[in-house]
Write a protein that binds this ligand. Structure first.
Ligand SMILES: [Zn+2]
Length: 176
């Protein structure tokens, strides 16, 4: 049996975004509608919501690409040029629209509630992100993708242009 997906109306998403202080962002080359809000403390960090709403048809994307994602981006520079200067900071678990128990409006509200919760989560996590010891901007935590002895080794790095701070996060067991 094919999975069914909860339809979420574009109008409802727009209303929720504006209520939460988010505005629409046009991301070049991005097929879906994206909403954004700058963080009130970290002025260079923004929360972006990738809605899975198609930009042109304004309908939800094909089954399988049904996840709405909430991410934090570090934008170093003017907002107009954000695409050249914005870097992914971290993301939250996606919000699936796979149908559950509820139907119709109740199901749609449940999806939007989960999305809003995720938006708040990401916003709060930005406050808790470790700060760069050199410039005090929030640091990105990731794992090395390079093949070799450091493969999958976790590190923090600063996304601020020209800062260059980088540090391995060494797990205790590595030194045991
Ligand atoms: Zn820095």
């Amino acid at each position: 049996m094919a999975a069914t997906y909860i339809e979420v109306s574009a109008t409802k998403i727009e209303a929720m975004m504006s209520q939460a202080g988010f505005s629409e962002l046009s991301v070049p080359g991005c097929a879906e509608r994206v909403f954004v809000r700058q963080h009130h403390v970290h002025s260079k960090v923004q929360v972006r919501v990738y809605t899975s709403l198609n930009r042109t048809s304004n309908t939800l994307r094909d089954v399988g690409k049904d996840r709405m994602r909430v991410t934090a981006f570090y934008t170093d520079g003017s907002e107009k040029n954000y695409n050249d200067v914005s870097r992914f900071l971290f993301g939250a678990k996606g919000v699936n629209r796979a149908s559950g128990e509820q139907d119709g409006d109740a199901a749609m509200s449940a999806v939007l509630d989960r999305l809003l919760e995720r938006m708040r989560e990401v916003y709060a996590l930005i406050n808790k992100a470790p700060r760069c010891p050199k410039c005090s901007e929030p640091l990105r935590e990731a794992c090395s993708k390079k093949k070799g002895p450091n493969h999958k080794r976790p590190y923090t790095s600063c996304l601020k242009h020209g800062c260059g701070h980088f540090q391995w996060i060494d797990r205790v067991k590595d030194h045991a």
